[in-house]
Design a protein around this ligand. Structure first.
Ligand SMILES: [Zn+2]
Length: 686
């Protein structure tokens, strides 16, 4: 859990590891596919006109030669690398799970993986691994017991009503304080509960059917389950009404409410917070940040007004739903039928080994991480990254100096922030110590919860302590990167430092188009519409001059309007536009990243600037390399989901949206103003 949502390069693989688990222990594992490559001529559609549709030009070949795999709802070159990493991790885990002499880390991840792969044992247990929780819920007699059990569930790695944890103080970024925030929804966004359009109404009726089926599997009669399903939807809808929407939550100001615990109790009198925090496992504290006070006011009212039976049904549902991917096949299949097939348009569940591999990474990432790093991460990659990061930072400093709309004072403050950006590459200097986590070879649910409890305790133990900025928010094999506003650092896990992002085998232009743009993207997050509200020390404070802030906003709103005009899905359920305000930070980062990396490449290229390879100039290879990271196919269902919840634009618009604003792009391909890729109105923030 991160109150300061890390702003990263792409949405993580939709939590699929835990959302979809099923069983094929003995199914043969296909051979590891070849490692992805960087610049790929065969991925292009050379018949397309780069000035009219650059995405088709750079990616048309790949998109037509890569029909959607049955076990994916979105698949692109980015995902190809994820999939490749999964094979690498899988071979590590198969070795670790086999008999023989193993290190402590190998034993831990090997046992976790083996327990997950033991489908017959999982099948025999059925729902048994969660019956103790279900019995405790059934035994609740009053509202005090309800809240007590909710707190114990939190301590047990299950999160029922709301979010509680420890994060840096917004205004004193070196100190960890307690946070509470809205939560408790099963569907991915409040809109699923509240919007009255035909699609959302359909989702809700399917959701009711899904709850009913799952509760029936868990032992209720179909009649009971039908009644309970309705009660769950009523309660979750009320929680949705109390929740703030995604766009509002992007602004840290909307989540900045430090108060004493006593003040929180005054606002939400039905919840005994000191008792809740204690039972959840936290040491005593006086003040905290409340992410959304209105949510807690309403939650308190709901605790009093809603029937106790509804709350019990809700908790029961949360436990069944949360653990479904870890239970027997019937639960896994029903969970997938709704979550994967209906909501995302994915045709088949991923093979069990893929799900178990992902789950081991997400549960014990820093035990698996050292094994991954030792196997694949070349030392030269770190040295090369240091040079690239320095080059991109130098470009950002120049870019700030060149801005014609920013006052000298604000430029100086921006440079100060830039110079304080720290960068972390590859993997943590110090790994987490999992010695106290007990992993058994025959207890998948127990292992999963043991890892969750470990993280819960680890997080709560930071309360009142200085922030440790050497920690990582992603595991080493992750194909992603992030900027942390409260830590003012950029982070690049080993998993992304490979083709198509980065390769020792290609020319620098292609690497600048790949990982160079990624570095620029993360750096720009420190100066996007929300990142700019934090200073170089990571504190939420205004360092902008009186005219500079409005000038920035004016430029940013141009970007928001540009991306809102893009249509992500058009089908029989209507047209879905991107939400330019939701994706503004990411789009700003894409545009800034492309610009900064191109500046760096040009500076470094010197005499080689026009030397062609494969018939393409370095500038052309830069743009093609950039675009080819984002070649992808996606189901209309998944595109629809992502338009609602993903702060990133889909691949097509990450490419088109940025090149349309780039003055270097038309020069590289000889395009003219008025061509589709060269609109008359362009947007520039950085
Ligand atoms: Zn990002």
């Amino acid at each position: 859990m991160q109150f300061f949502k890390m702003v990263c390069l792409a949405l993580l693989a939709s939590g699929t590891a835990v959302n979809q688990a099923q069983c094929q222990t003995s199914a043969p594992v296909p051979a590891t596919p070849p490692a992805p490559v960087s610049f790929d001529r065969s991925a292009m559609d050379l018949k397309a006109d780069p000035c009219q549709d650059f995405y088709q030009y750079a990616c048309g070949g790949w998109r037509s030669s890569h029909p959607m795999p049955a076990d994916k709802a979105r698949f692109g070159r980015f995902d190809e690398l994820r999939e490749y990493n999964l094979y690498v991790l899988h071979s590590i885990l198969e070795d670790a799970a086999a008999p023989g002499k193993h290190s402590a880390n190998e034993k831990k991840v090997g046992d976790f993986y083996a327990a997950c792969m033991d489908e017959p044992a999982v099948e025999v247990k059925g729902i048994e691994p969660i019956t103790a929780w279900l019995e405790m819920i059934a035994a609740i007699r009053d509202r005090k017991q309800l809240l007590d059990l909710a707190a114990r569930m939190q301590a047990g790695g299950l999160r029922p009503f709301f979010v509680f944890g420890v994060n840096p103080d917004l205004h004193n970024s070196m100190l960890n304080i307690a946070y509470v925030d809205q939560g408790g929804l099963t569907l991915a966004d409040r809109d699923y509960y509240l919007k009255q359009d035909a699609k959302m109404m359909e989702v809700r009726s399917k959701y009711i059917e899904h709850i009913q089926k799952m509760l029936t599997l868990a032992g209720e009669t179909p009649e009971q389950a039908a009644q309970h399903a309705k009660a769950v939807l009523v309660l979750e809808t009320k929680l949705a009404e109390a929740s703030m929407d995604r766009v509002a939550r992007r602004d840290p100001k909307t989540r900045d409410h430090k108060m004493t615990v006593a003040e929180l109790e005054k606002q939400a009198p039905e919840i005994n917070f000191p008792r809740y925090f204690k039972l959840a496992g936290a040491a005593s504290f006086d003040s905290l940040n409340v992410g959304n006070p209105e949510f807690f006011q309403k939650l308190s009212g709901l605790v009093a007004s809603e029937p106790l039976e509804s709350w019990k049904t809700y908790l029961h549902w949360r436990v069944v739903k949360g653990s479904a991917p870890l239970l027997s096949k019937a639960f896994v299949d029903e969970n997938f039928a709704f979550q994967g097939k209906y909501l995302s348009g994915q045709q088949e569940l991923e093979a069990r080994w893929k799900r178990c591999t992902s789950m081991t990474d997400s549960s014990l990432g820093e035990a698996l991480g050292p094994l991954y790093v030792a196997k694949v991460f070349p030392k030269e990659a770190k040295a090369r990254m240091d040079v690239l990061v320095a080059a991109i930072e130098e470009s950002m400093a120049k870019d700030i100096q060149n801005l014609d709309w920013m006052s000298p004072e604000t430029k100086q403050a921006a440079e100060e922030k830039l110079h304080k950006v720290a960068n972390k590459i590859g993997y943590p200097a110090k790994w987490k110590d999992y010695r106290k986590v007990v992993i058994k070879r025959d207890d998948l649910v127990g292992n999963f919860l043991a890892a969750a409890v470990f993280e819960e305790k680890r997080n709560l133990a930071k309360l009142g302590k200085p922030v440790d900025r050497s920690e990582w928010g992603m595991t080493p094999p992750t194909v992603n990167a992030y900027y942390s506003p409260s830590e003012n650092n950029i982070n690049f896990p080993a998993g992304i430092l490979q083709a198509p992002f980065f390769s020792a085998k290609v020319d620098e232009a292609v690497n600048y188009g790949g990982i160079g743009v990624v570095i620029g993207h993360e750096l720009t997050h420190g100066f996007d519409d929300q990142g700019r509200k934090f200073d170089g020390d990571g504190n939420f404070t205004n360092w902008w001059g009186p005219t500079d802030g409005p000038e920035f906003e004016r430029r940013a709103s141009c970007v928001a309007d540009e991306y809102s005009s893009f249509v992500s899905v058009k089908d029989d359920k209507g047209e879905v536009h991107l939400n330019g305000k939701l994706t503004l930070g990411e789009n700003t980062a894409d545009n800034g990243g492309l610009k900064l990396s191109f500046m760096s490449m040009t500076r470094q290229a010197g005499d080689n600037a026009n030397e062609k390879i494969d018939g393409f100039t370095p500038a052309q290879r830069f743009f093609i390399g950039f675009a080819q990271v984002w070649c992808e196919n996606i189901t209309p269902q998944r595109a629809r989901e992502l338009a609602l919840i993903d702060p990133h634009s889909p691949g097509r618009f990450r490419v088109i949206g940025t090149v349309q604003n780039s003055p270097e792009f038309p020069r590289a391909f000889g395009c003219k103003t008025g061509d589709a890729m060269v609109p008359a109105n362009v947007c520039h923030v950085w």
